[in-house]
Design a protein around this ligand. Structure first.
Ligand SMILES: [Zn+2]
Length: 204
């Protein structure tokens, strides 16, 4: 789902004589390469208006080499695009699987089922790699359990809270053809559609 802000680990010591916004040549090149990788990754991720984003994905039955390759490609795309979650439908594959980063660890989750724990909810702003720069507030259950399979077909059971719980709810929605816009309030949705539509007109 969400793109996360890049927080750099550089120490901003004042005594090194460098201006803060002055990049070394190596840093500037690294940044340019990262932006290029991001652009390439986003060009391979289906964008709003693509009908596949509205389709329901089917159960995965074969835990084969192809599934492994797809999941590796998706993890690569997710990182290149600065994302923390990516569902198979977003790359045009109607299979019930997604990849995500939960607390700094990458996961491939196949045939996922999310179950709320309790009824506490929280509203937070989400982004989506299929919705450009749009950000909308979405109410989600705070705590969930996730039952799924890993890429080898082994069962996975996770108890999640906060951001990780939000990520898996967002991704499972994708597998149902549901977007974060559908869960936002009417005004935020109108505003978001206003930002998305002009681009559709230009590209159609
Ligand atoms: Zn998304």
């Amino acid at each position: 789902m969400a793109e996360h802000e890049h927080t750099h680990d550089h120490d901003h010591d004042h005594d090194d004589g460098h201006e803060h916004d002055e990049l070394t040549e190596a840093e500037a090149q690294e940044q340019a390469e990262r932006l290029l990788r991001k652009e390439i990754a986003l060009s391979q991720i289906r964008q709003y208006g693509d009908p596949v984003l509205r389709m329901r994905a089917d159960e995965v039955e074969a835990f084969d080499d192809e599934l492994r390759k797809v999941s590796e490609r998706m993890i690569g795309l997710m990182h290149d695009a600065d994302g923390i979650g990516l569902a198979a439908t977003q790359v045009g594959i109607l299979r019930r699987m997604f990849v995500c980063t939960l607390d700094g660890e990458d996961h491939v989750l196949v045939n996922p089922v999310v179950t709320p724990v309790g009824d506490e909810t929280e509203v937070d702003v989400e982004g989506c790699l299929s919705l450009g720069s749009v950000r909308v507030p979405v109410e989600r259950v705070t705590r969930v359990t996730l039952a799924a399979q890993d890429v080898a077909g082994e069962p996975v059971a996770l108890e999640l809270e906060g951001l990780p719980a939000r990520i898996v709810q967002h991704e499972v929605d994708h597998l149902e053809g549901r977007l974060m816009l559908d869960r936002s309030d009417a005004e935020s949705r109108r505003e978001a559609l206003g930002r998305l539509r002009p681009r559709l007109v230009l590209t159609s």
